[in-house]
Each structure stands twice: as C-alpha cells, then as structure tokens.
Design a binder for this molecule. Structure first.
Ligand code: FAD
Length: 285
C-alpha cells in the first residue's frame, strides 16, 4: 500500500526504527517489532546507514519482517550520495520483489570516509529518478530549523519545492523540541506552494547524553522549558524519562490540535517509549 493514500482518510501515527548494526542482532529486533506492531502504527520507517551493501541489506531485511511477519506497512529510507543509478536500480528491484511500495528518499550526510558518486547530488535528483523509473510512493525529509547546510529559509524552501515537484508526496520532518519552528516551516511550505502532507517528527527524550548527541548532529534547539527538564533530571534516569515523555506528549497534543496530518515518532527502537506515547493519545488520534 502506498502510504500517501492514508492522508486522505486519517491522521496517521508512524514510527521510525533503525536496523541492528550486526547481523547477529537481527533476531533481537523481533522483540522490539512485536511490541511496536501491536501498537498498530500506520507505517514503520526503517533507516538506512550511508554506504555499504550490508547496511542496505539489513534495512531491507527489517522492512521485509515488518511487512510479511507483522503486516504493517514499511517505509524504507534510501540515501543516494554514495550510489550510482545502477545500484539504486538494484535496490528498487529488490524492494519491488518484496512488495515494498514506499521510499523515504534522502541525500544522506556527507562523510569523508565514504566515496561520493556522481549520479545524485541532492535528494531531489533521487526523487526524480525514482519517479521516472519505478512505481513507488516517495517521501522526502524537511527541517523545521533548516538543514545545517542551508543558506536561508528561502533557499531551503526553494529546494523543498524541488523535492515535491520532482515527486515527493509526503514530507517527514527532522526532530524538533519547539513546535513554533514546525508551524513556521509549515507556513513557509504553504507560501511556497508545497501542498503535500508535512508530518512532524517527534523524539521523546529518554536519556540526556543521547539527546545532546542528537542536537549536535541535527541542530535542533532546546527551548528553555525543555532545557530545564534536562538540567533538573539528567542524573535521575526515571525522572528524566517521565518528564521527557510528558514533554513529548505535550508537543504532540499541541500539534494534533493544530490540524497536522500525522505524527512520526522517532522511537530509537524503544517500544516502551512508543507504548507510553500511544497510551497518552489513545483517545485522541
Ligand atoms: P537534500 O534535500 O538534498 O538537502 C541537503 C541540503 O542541500 C539542504 O541544505 C538543501 O537546502 C540543499 N539542497 C537541496 N537541493 C539543492 C540544490 N538543487 N542546489 C543546492 N542545494 C540544494 N540519513 C541517513 O543516512 N539515513 C537515514 O535513514 C536518514 N533518515 C532521515 C529521516 C528523516 C525524516 C530526516 C529529516 C533525515 C534523515 N537522514 C538520514 C538525514 C539526512 O540524510 C541528512 O539530513 C542529509 O544531510 C540531508 O538529506 P536530505 O535528503 O534532506 O538532502
């Protein structure tokens, strides 16, 4: 099923997971998936490690499990900087043979250790290529606080519009902790004539070290209210968990009452986190 069709009918709840780093850990993912899938998300997206066929294989393997064993729709992430058109063709051929219809098409982060090839320079190149050469529902990424490499909000929107013009039917956002950034970006999208569903990505805090790492990597800012939580509870694991959950729930409820099309939860493969969020919005979404 192509997940863009869902947005005509309902407000969606989706999860993001990452494949295990080692093949030997593939079995353990079942325990996580079992609980996540019982929560009945509309889809689960599986991240893609940049470079190397082992990474792609694990992404496909987990997506296959999600579809065939748990009967939930998978979305496969796919980056393009380090791949040729031929390699992308091979990847999409496998996806089709597995009955996987949805791809989150990304450029990928630049990594000096991974060779970049010449076929794709931006996510919009990959999106256009997938649109011309396959029958997939294509999703793209967007950034409430702008991508770290962007010159301005205007150039960011110009490039985002290129993605939707090239064929992205849904946009999923980078994590953020201040909803005002998301609302501002959604408004920018309307002004730029981007009229596909724009889905906020929410990451509940589960531990302070991890969140600080994410912030350095993705550039999301801490609002004061959120910083106070980290400062007060960073050394009290259970308290941080409770306060972080409440914070994420308050973000989600604010978004849901502002007529967004869905919520995408960065689960960090933690089913307890996903379960707590689902419990908190069971009668709302
Ligand atoms: P692009 O859309 O190509 O944008 C990157 C930068 O280039 C932006 O600054 C943009 O403004 C600029 N740009 C775009 N088009 C042009 C143009 N034509 N000319 C000049 N500049 C341009 N990474 C992974 O490795 N694996 C994953 O699974 C993964 N999943 C993600 C999921 C989500 C929801 C998000 C938000 C990010 C994810 N990422 C993942 C991270 C992502 O790969 C990085 O943020 C990467 O740096 C940019 O990818 P993009 O697809 O947004 O790139």
């Amino acid at each position: 099923m192509k997940i863009a069709e869902l947005y005509n009918r309902k407000t969606t709840l989706s999860f993001e997971i990452f494949p295990p780093k080692k093949d030997s850990e593939l079995k353990n993912i079942d325990a996580t998936l079992e609980i996540l899938c019982e929560l009945k998300p509309d889809f689960i997206s599986v991240t893609f490690g940049a470079g190397g066929s082992a990474n792609c294989n694990r992404t496909i393997e987990v997506a296959r499990k999600i579809k065939q064993k748990y009967h939930v729709e998978p979305v496969v992430h796919l980056t393009c900087l380090s791949y040729s058109k031929g390699e992308i063709d091979e990847f999409t051929r496998i996806l089709k043979s597995e009955g996987i219809d949805n791809i989150l098409a990304l450029r990928g982060d630049r990594n000096p250790e991974v060779l970049e090839k010449d076929d794709f320079h931006h996510a919009s190149d990959l999106i256009a290529y997938l649109r011309e050469n396959g029958d997939f529902c294509i999703l793209g990424a967007c950034y409430p606080e702008c991508h770290p490499e962007s010159e301005s909000r205007i150039s960011e929107m110009r490039h985002l519009k290129q993605k939707t013009d090239a064929g992205a039917e849904v946009l999923i956002s980078q994590l953020f902790f201040d909803n005002q950034y998301f609302y501002r970006m959604a408004e920018d999208c309307r002004i730029a004539g981007i009229d596909v569903p724009v889905i906020p990505g929410i990451m509940p805090v589960i531990n302070a070290a991890q969140i600080k790492r994410m912030i350095t990597m993705c550039g999301a800012s801490f609002p004061e209210r959120f910083e106070k939580i980290i400062c007060k509870y960073e050394n009290r694991k259970e308290a941080l968990f409770d306060a972080g959950m409440s914070y994420a729930l308050s973000q989600i409820i604010d978004l849901l009452t502002s007529d967004i099309s869905g919520i995408h939860l960065y689960t960090m493969n933690n089913p307890v986190v996903a379960g707590r969020i689902c419990e908190g919005i069971r009668n709302i979404i």
